[in-house]
Ligand binder design. Structure first.
Ligand code: PLP
Length: 382
């Protein structure tokens, strides 16, 4: 197991900088946490209720239901629709494992559909091919903060038979043709994992919906299936967003708009730096089609020489990440689905070429310049 230790170069900047964000809101956050501690009310209380209302109005839907994680949000959204064994749910193989794992956890079968090469999001035409009589839902993922092309997906999904559940875990605040994600499908699933654009002080998640009956079922399911206390109308789970998380997230939600604006500015700056250095043919910057509002939870470039570039950048003290190195249809955990290499060429090519560069609201100008200069040095040398 042990590899020879190669010396780790000192990084010029972190890949994400949660400490810088905390420094800018420390007093507000500490007061909110203290308030919960003084109240000694930790589960299903006033902070959650207020946060659910604030999130619903931010997304532009009547209902938002907190839960323990983005992964649980997806599972609960499926459970609330009665999806389980014998059902099929279509999603992308180029996403975080939780999207497909949530489907499998309900007993339903994940069915993959390939992605569009430009947006890296699920391809509506590929969904059309994967639709079968057993299909009960489609889960498009708004990957890295860019909305999936929802109009044709919603058109494919027969109302009452195939539901669209948006995996908006990476895309809070993003807009598709003017509407915030999470407000377009039957429901939208959000994650408050600390490094997401709206991150808590631990795990957390939420489901948004326009359907009040669905919201009620979600509230029952997240509390063991209990409608009235100690009376169980169905089997649910224990999956709640606790009061400390809700209090912290309420503070951070007030800053989210400003943070997204700054992420946009950083993305625009990267594009400009790449243009100035003539890097457009060496790498592909993320797509942001007209009518889509990206939130850049990640800034992911594509490059044919990705692995060598990543090693070079690491040597220059520039941290990068690969989201995702192996598409889900090729993961051992999903081997039972029987997919083979070559079935989703779009996702497989993306897995070989994607590279996430540092992006966060506090990212400094000189650091972005250092990233672009290092990439340019590599591009000239190769
Ligand atoms: C983070 C993430 C999830 C899961 O969220 P958790 O809160 O970590 O459980 C689901 N889907 C996608 C696309 C994610 O990025």
């Amino acid at each position: 197991m042990s590899h020879p230790q190669s010396p780790q170069p000192r990084m010029l900047m972190p890949f994400v900088d949660l400490k810088a964000q905390f420094a800018s809101i420390r007093e507000e956050v500490m007061a909110a946490v203290q308030g919960v501690m003084e109240s000694q009310r930790f589960i299903i209380g006033p902070q959650l209720q207020a946060f659910e209302q604030e999130m619903a109005s931010y997304i532009g839907v009547p209902e938002a239901v907190g839960c323990a994680s983005g992964s649980d949000a997806l599972m609960l959204a499926l459970m609330a629709l009665g999806i389980g064994p014998g059902d099929e749910v279509i999603t992308t193989p180029f996403t975080f494992v939780a999207t497909a794992a949530a489907i499998a956890r309900t007993g339903a079968r994940p069915v993959f559909a390939d992605i569009e090469p430009d947006t890296l999001n699920i391809d509506p035409q590929s969904i059309a091919t994967a639709l079968r009589p057993a299909t009960r839902a489609v889960i498009p993922v708004h990957l890295f903060g860019l909305p999936a092309d929802l109009a044709p997906i919603l058109a494919l999904a027969e109302p009452g038979k195939v539901a669209v559940i948006e995996d908006a875990a990476q895309a809070i605040g993003a807009r598709y043709r003017g509407t915030r994600v999470g407000g377009l499908g039957a429901s939208g699933c959000f994650s408050f994992f600390p490094s997401k654009n709206l991150g808590g002080a631990g795990d957390g998640g939420m489901i948004s919906t326009c359907d009040t009956a669905l919201a009620r079922r979600l509230r029952v399911l997240r509390e063991h299936g209990s409608g009235a206390r100690y009376h169980y109308e169905t089997l649910g789970v224990n999956s709640r967003l606790d009061e400390i998380q809700a209090a912290v997230l309420r503070v951070k939600l007030r800053h989210l708009g400003a943070w997204i604006t700054r992420r946009h500015a950083k993305a625009a700056r990267y594009r400009e730096l790449f243009r100035q250095r003539g890097l457009e043919s060496f790498l592909r910057a993320p797509a942001e089609p007209a009518g889509y509002e990206h939130t850049y939870s990640q800034f992911v470039i594509r490059c044919a020489r990705r692995d060598a570039l990543r090693t070079f950048l690491n040597g220059c003290g520039i941290p990068t990440e690969i989201y995702y190195p192996l598409p889900l249809h090729l993961q051992p955990a999903f081997a039972y689905l029987g997919y083979r290499e070559g079935q989703f060429p779009g996702a497989e090519a993306a897995a070989r070429e994607v590279l996430a560069l540092p992006i966060y609201p506090e990212l400094r100008d000189e650091h972005q310049r250092a990233v672009a200069e290092a990439i340019a040095r590599f591009a000239v040398g190769s």
